[in-house]
Design a binder for this molecule. Sequence first.
Ligand SMILES: [Zn+2]
Ligand SMILES: [Zn+2]
Length: 151
Amino acid sequence: MTSDLKGDSTTKRCRRCREIKPETEFFRRGRFAVGLRSHCKSCHNKARSPESPWQSRSVSLRLRGLPSPGIPALREALGEPQTCYLCGSNSLDWKTAVIDHIMPMARGGTNAPANLGWTHNSCNKLKANRTLPELVTLLKSIIRFQEHLGR
Ligand SMILES: [Zn+2]
Ligand SMILES: [Zn+2]
């Protein structure tokens, strides 16, 4: 066996896409396990990517102390992030979107899908532990006061 791996790189056939690729295109099985995965890196990433943003949202709902409805129920109820239910902008994406509790958890709201909505992270912070009517009341009083000041 040669020790010059750069000049004589070994290859492996991906079991999913059937392409023969250099071994550097395969992830290792795990930090302490021997050998490479049977799927190439690009197949591995493709298989993960549709679930992973949902996965992280589901986990973060669970970490806040109540059971998550699970990925299929979340996907069904919310769809991909697009429209912020607070400001109405259609500019949401996975980077800017967070799941807001319409009735805040601090006020007894749960992770039931009907109590969840996509918002901008910034809109979510503004709402904080307010109910929707409380937020609207606050915003109206801010507008009235600022108009009174002539701003
Ligand atoms: Zn592949
Ligand atoms: Zn918004």
